[in-house]
Every structure is written in structure tokens, then in C-alpha cells.
Design a protein around this ligand. Structure first.
Ligand code: XMP
Length: 510
């Protein structure tokens, strides 16, 4: 394991991801751990992350110099680099010259860390103070205008550091800096693969579950599907999956779960067809929050009823959840306690009488996809766009009715089909299609006047759904979608594109 010590910047997760991209397992730990606690985790190498701008700042986290006596290879990045310099007898000066963003770097000596890189490259900086003198025993490798010592290494002690952020994509040769540290300096072997990940998870699940029974709520999304597939691979028929068909699904979605998941894995699936229940509960409701509450409540009732009818005499002890590593880290996990139970299926309540199994707890999204592929799940499932639990219920602006759902389903399926035909699915994050059911506008179709509803296309790009930008789809694709929707969907006589980023708009309209 490579431990990434988090000094409070948002970069620690990114570093851990990049290390895993280099096929080396990596975990994030808090900077409050003592040297003894860190050593208990038996790290093969340690990376000290970026953090607050100044090592001289009041309350800035310090590094115990004893860490450098342990013999574990260590890479310091940004704040970690400065703290390392200070702890080992170098000088960190307030140069007064801040550097942010893209900065040219001059390499004077490639050493191991910057091996085979050109003399100058652009890297991504974010710092106030600078290392002005490297600690004894270290070779200086590079400088920038504002950082006289921008990189150093001590090959014999296997210690190195850089002032910039090699983990961000804007830094040229960034991944190589990390790999040179991991492989050339620390001497690690790249053996962290999806296959290992699958084998380790399966073993852990078998040990935890024994011969008891497990339940999983499938949403049709990639996380719950991969989690369920892993559990199924581990314990077979002791797992039962429940799929709640609330009638707010997209065209062909229930069938797709069957084809892409059940037929592939052979999992035991129970479909709860509760379309009428949800439609009845939503009758007359137009307020978005009200809709979400109703759908959440009905979902839980359905799930509980199904679970208790399945439990029988043997009972069911475990519930599978598709919690990912970023959820664990963001809720203060960092390998310690205090982990929220994150719900990505319709918001199951905390008081359900199950012990949670979270096989994706250590994984990033791209690893979940790799594991899914490793388990034989098809691309159509593994690369699916996120879809909200409340489904089309929050994509009809106005009351949800069966007729309106039919119209939206048809428009949505056209938009998805054309996006797929243009091979643009992986370029965008999500493509909500929204029906403005309470808005009408005048149009002319055939020879007559129409008075129909608009459909809104909301394609967005994003990395994590926290922020998003509207996707600039090619005009020809938009044109085909518009022509087909107005020709094929009754009641729709206008197609508009949402060109709002998030913020200020959210991705969904409700
Ligand atoms: P917003 O609209 O807040 O959406 O920008 C951010 C992301 O979350 C999804 N979303 C949901 N997912 N249950 C879910 O499982 C929900 O209630 C829900 N609401 C929004 C949305 O599709 C986007 O990916």
C-alpha cells in the first residue's frame, strides 16, 4: 500500500487515483496519525499531499522528522514538499512571490524523479512560500521563477519532493513524476489490477457472509450492479436482488437490467412491479420536493415489504450498498470511524435491520467500471450515465401522469439513440430530457396549427456532478434529435437546448 497523507487539500484523492492508475494500491490517511500509527499500516511508500499555503501558518500540520528515519520511501508534494524540506534541515522562505496555475519549469538535473523529461515543461503550481535551500544530502533538480528549489531527491534515502502538482492533468509529465517515484525510487511493482481487486473482494465477502443471506436493491445503475455482481460471484444463490419498477424508468430499462445483468450473472432477481402504486401516490402533485418525498417513501415501503416477504424463516442478514471510496473519504472516513451510510438507491433508511456490505468502499468510479468489465458485464451497463433514483418523475415539470410518462419516455429514447449513433455517449456525463408538461406553445405541423409542449435537452459534461457545464453537442446531432422528436412524439411541437452551467442551474430540473 502507498499511503497518501492528506494535509487538507482536495488533491489527496486525486493523488491516490493517479497512484492506482499506475497499478499500485493506494489509500488516504489523515495527517493526525502518529509515525507509529502510520507504520502499523506497513506502507510500501508514502506521499505527503498538498495543503495550506504556508508551513509557518498558525496551526499548520507539522511532520514528525522521525517519519524520515523509518526507511520508507517518501514523496512530498507542494505543502508536503515544503514540510519535508523544513523537517530535514532545508530552508523554506517567504519569497513573497506567489505562483498559481500554469508555470514554466526549468530542469537542471533530471535525477531519477524527472528522468528522460525535456529541459523545460509546463506544470501546475499553487504556492506562496518556496524552498530556497534543499536539505543536506539532497540534489536540486529544477526551478521556476518563484521557486528556486522546485524539486529535489536523495536517491540513497529514497526521499524526493516537488513543489508543483504532478497529479493534475495540467502538469505535463505529471504521471511520469509519480511513476518514477513509485518504480525507480521506491522500487515498487505495478501489480494492482482489476483482477486482484475482484479476487480480494470475493474472498472478503465470503468470509463476512459465511452461509447467511444477502439482499441487494438494484437500481440499474453501474454501482449497484457491480456491487451485486461481486457479491453474486462470491456467494451465488445466497444473494437475492430486488428491482423496484416504479414506472418512472426509461424506455426498455427493466428489460435492459434483465438482459445486461441478470442473464449475464445468473443472479436471483425479484422484480416488484409497483407502477400503479407510484402513479396513484403522485396524482395531483406538482411540487418537486413533494414528488421526491413521495417517491422515496413509496420506494422504501415497497422494498421493506419485498424484503420481509423474502426473509421467510431463514431471515436476511446483509444488505449490499454501492458506496464508493470518494463517499467514504468525504464523510471523514480516512480509514478511521465516522462513516455515513451513503444511499444511492432511493434513499433506504438507516434503521433497516441489516448489516451493510459495501464491496466498492475502496474503489474509485473508474475502478468500479474496470471491475464490472472484469466480471463480464457489458459496456452498455458499465458505461451507463447516472440516472436519478426518482427517475422521470422529476423530469416532468408538472403533474406526473401515465400519458406524460409515455411522451417523455419516447423523446428520451430518441435522444439517447441519436447520442449513441453519434458515438458521443462517453464524451458527456449525462443527458437528461425534460418535458415541460404545463407549458404550451403554438406550432405548425402538417397543415395545421398545434398547441403542444416543449421538450428540453440537457446534455452536460462533468467530472463528479458537483459542477457541470452544458455540452456543446454537434448541430447535426441536435438537429436529428429535434426533427425526430417533433415528428414522432405526439403533443411535442418544440425542442429546446438548456445552455446553463451548474452552478447556477442544477443538472436536473427538479
Ligand atoms: P443535480 O440536479 O443536483 O444532480 O445537479 C446531481 C446528480 O445527482 C443526480 N440526482 C439524483 N440521484 N437520487 C439519485 O440517485 C436523487 O434523488 C437524485 N437527484 C439528482 C443527478 O441525476 C445528477 O447526476
Amino acid at each position: 500500500t502507498v499511503l497518501v497523507v492528506d494535509y487538507g487539500a482536495q488533491y489527496a484523492q486525486l493523488i491516490a487515483r493517479r497512484v492506482r492508475e499506475a497499478s499500485v494500491y493506494s489509500e488516504i490517511v489523515g495527517s493526525n496519525l502518529s509515525v507509529a500509527e502510520i507504520m502499523e499500516k506497513r506502507p510500501a511508500a508514502i506521499i505527503l499531499s498538498g495543503g495550506p499555503s504556508s508551513v509557518y501558518e498558525e496551526g499548520a500540520p507539522q511532520i514528525d522528522p522521525a517519519l524520515f528515519e523509518t526507511g520508507v520511501p517518501i514523496l512530498g508534494i507542494c505543502y508536503g514538499f515544503q514540510a519535508m524540506a523544513k523537517a530535514l534541515g532545508g530552508t523554506v522562505a517567504k519569497t513573497g512571490q506567489r505562483e498559481y496555475g500554469r508555470t514554466p519549469l526549468s530542469i537542471s538535473n533530471n535525477g531519477c524523479l524527472l528522468g528522460s523529461m525535456p529541459n523545460t515543461l509546463n506544470i501546475w503550481m499553487s504556492h506562496g512560500d518556496s524552498v530556497s535551500k534543499a536539505p543536506p544530502g539532497f540534489q536540486v533538480l529544477a526551478r521556476t521563477a518563484g521557486a528556486p528549489v522546485a524539486a529535489f531527491e536523495d536517491k540513497s534515502r529514497r526521499l524526493a519532493g516537488v513543489q508543483w502538482h504532478p497529479e493534475v492533468k495540467h502538469s505535463q509529465w505529471g504521471q511520469q513524476v509519480l511513476e518514477h517515484f513509485l518504480f525507480t525510487i521506491a522500487g515498487l511493482t505495478p501489480d494492482w489490477t482489476a483482477e486482484n481487486l475482484v479476487n480480494e473482494s470475493i474472498e472478503t465477502i465470503r468470509k463476512t457472509v459465511g452461509d447467511r443471506r444477502v439482499l441487494c436493491a438494484l437500481s440499474g445503475g453501474v454501482d449497484s450492479a457491480v456491487a451485486a455482481a461481486l457479491v453474486q460471484r462470491a456467494i451465488g444463490s445466497q444473494l437475492t436482488c430486488v428491482f423496484v419498477d416504479h414506472g418512472l424508468l426509461r424506455e426498455g430499462e427493466a428489460d435492459q437490467v434483465k438482459k445486461d445483468f441478470v442473464d449475464v450473472t445468473g443472479v436471483d432477481l425479484v422484480v416488484a412491479d409497483e407502477r400503479d402504486r407510484f402513479l396513484n401516490a403522485l396524482a395531483g402533485v406538482t411540487d418537486p420536493e413533494e414528488k421526491r418525498k413521495i417517491i422515496g417513501r413509496e420506494f422504501i415501503r415497497t422494498f421493506e415489504a419485498t424484503a420481509s416477504s423474502l426473509a421467510g424463516e431463514r431471515g436476511i442478514d446483509f444488505l449490499v450498498q454501492g458506496t464508493l471510496y470518494p463517499d467514504v473519504v468525504e464523510s471523514g472516513g480516512n480509514g478511521s470511524a465516522n462513516i455515513k451510510s451513503h444511499h444511492n438507491v432511493g434513499g433506504l433508511p438507516d434503521d433497516l435491520q441489516f448489516t451493510l456490505i459495501e464491496p466498492l468502499r475502496t474503489m474509485f468510479k473508474d475502478e468500479v467500471r474496470a471491475v464490472g468489465t472484469q466480471l463480464g458485464l457489458p459496456d452498455s451497463l458499465v458505461w451507463r450515465h447516472p440516472f436519478p433514483g426518482p427517475g422521470l418523475g422529476i423530469r416532468i415539470i408538472g403533474e406526473v401522469t401515465a400519458e406524460r410518462l409515455d411522451i417523455l419516455r419516447q423523446a428520451d429514447s430518441i435522444a439517447r439513440a441519436e447520442l449513441a449513433a453519434a458515438r458521443l455517449e462517453r464524451d458527456i456525463w449525462q443527458f437528461p430530457v425534460v418535458l415541460l408538461a404545463d407549458v404550451r406553445s403554438v406550432g405548425v405541423q402538417g397543415d395545421g396549427r398545434t398547441y403542444g409542449h416543449p421538450i428540453v435537452l440537457r446534455p452536460v459534461t462533468s467530472d463528479d456532478a458537483m459542477t457541470a457545464d452544458w455540452a456543446k453537442l454537434p448541430y447535426e446531432v441536435l438537429e436529428r434529435i429535434s426533427t425526430r422528436i417533433t415528428n414522432e412524439c405526439p403533443e411535442v411541437n418544440r425542442v429546446v437546448v438548456d445552455i446553463t452551467s451548474k452552478p447556477p442551474g442544477t443538472i436536473e430540473w427538479e
